[in-house]
Design a protein around this ligand. Structure first.
Ligand code: PLP
Length: 365
């Protein structure tokens, strides 16, 4: 029998979250962001649930090939565009739309031989200072692309640095709008946070939204808002079982570094889950966990293959009892990945992406 840890991908939750994002952004089309192997969920595992999207967006040419292999004939967008000239051949062959964010990518296109002109998303750096043309250089880049026979459609794109936080997006939207006002072409600006928080505004939702994290059931602006607030459902459950139980007396300690000391008689459970499974090592005593669907807390340090939990609220728990590290327990109780991530000083994004290869994953309805 393998170790009892496993992850489950919830197809119904993915479909529900996609529908929520569509509602939030009304008439906009949706690029389902499936970069980083669908945020750790697995492209092949989420594909059926997300094929109601209008397109798939990702970074990696191999991931794009995998989406085509699954039978997707619709739009696929490379969010960082091509990395070298020969990538354009694959773009032509697989009919990939690609982002153009720098002069070098325009240069590559200009010498690319293709029978079928490309659709490109011209990216503006409207303030995040990651990828994209500065506003004052954007229109010149547009004009260069427009003149190329290799290009037949130019869409306009930017990305927000603070859609999830107090700074917000107003300044970046202004810069984007001022620069692109009279340019033709579809527009895409909004990630999950922008779509959920500002999707009412047509200037923000544009023609395409680009949600990732919310589709997977994590609140982009947690802890200001949680998944219940945004009516999102966890798309991934990480669950395991108790493989040991210890009875502690006051003064007894738990785990490496004796990091937790019992101040009373207490039962603790040992869970088959550690940082080698992708559970964050930085989670400390108090991190929420569900045992038998009942909320309790981690005690002591997370080790490579095990962690310990307080069994006080679940006296009936014993070896074999289900433990939900994040996601949905068998009794329907939910522990949002955001809560665990916060306790570990990180984000839901990182936990999803860090699910370890040794954890078996199944897809459920
Ligand atoms: C260009 C671009 N668009 C959209 C997204 C999706 O963002 P989120 O997962 O916050 O919705 C990302 C992710 O980082 C991105 O890099």
């Amino acid at each position: 029998m393998p170790r009892p840890i496993a992850a489950t991908i919830h197809s119904a939750a993915l479909r529900h979250n996609l529908a929520r994002l569509r509602d939030a952004a009304r008439d906009a089309k949706v690029w389902a962001i499936v970069k980083a192997n669908a945020y750790g969920h697995g492209i092949e595992r989420v594909f059926e649930a997300l094929r109601g999207a209008d397109g798939f967006a990702l970074l990696d040419l191999q991931e794009a090939e995998r989406v085509r292999t699954l039978g997707w004939r619709g739009p696929i967008l490379l969010l960082e565009g091509v990395f070298e000239a020969r990538d354009l051949e694959l773009c032509s062959r697989l009919h990939l739309w690609h982002t153009v964010h720098c002069d070098e990518q325009v240069d590559m296109l200009a010498v690319h031989k293709t029978h079928q002109p490309h659709k490109v998303f011209l990216k503006m750096n409207s303030g995040m200072n990651r990828l994209g043309f500065a506003p004052q250089r954007y229109r010149a880049a547009w004009a260069r692309l427009e003149a190329l026979p290799q290009v037949d459609e130019i869409a306009l794109m930017t990305h927000f640095s603070d859609a999830d936080g107090p700074k917000g997006i107003a300044q970046q939207v202004r810069v984007f709008d001022d620069t692109t006002r009279d340019l033709p072409g579809e527009r895409t600006l909004a990630n999950s946070a922008a779509a959920l928080r500002f999707g009412d505004d047509p200037a923000v939702r544009g023609d395409w939204i680009r949600p990732g994290i919310a589709m997977y059931g994590s609140a982009p602006d947690y802890p200001d808002h949680d998944i219940a607030h945004w009516q999102l459902q966890p798309a991934m459950t990480l669950a395991s079982r108790l493989i040991g139980v210890q009875q502690l007396k006051p003064g007894d300690t738990v785990g490496y570094g004796s990091n937790f000391t019992a101040d009373r008689d207490m039962r603790i459970g040992v869970v088959a889950c550690g940082y080698a499974d992708g559970y964050p090592r930085h989670c400390n005593t108090g991190t929420p966990v569900l045992v038998g669907g009942v909320r309790t807390a981690l005690v002591g340090r997370v080790s490579m293959d095990m962690l310990a939990v307080d069994l006080t609220p679940v006296p009936e728990a014993g070896i074999g009892t289900e433990v939900t590290l994040w996601g949905r327990a068998s009794n329907g109780a939910i522990l949002a990945i955001d809560e665990v991530a916060r306790a570990g000083g990180t984000l839901g994004y990182e936990l999803m992406c860090a699910l370890a290869p040794r954890v078996a994953v199944t897809v459920a309805e």
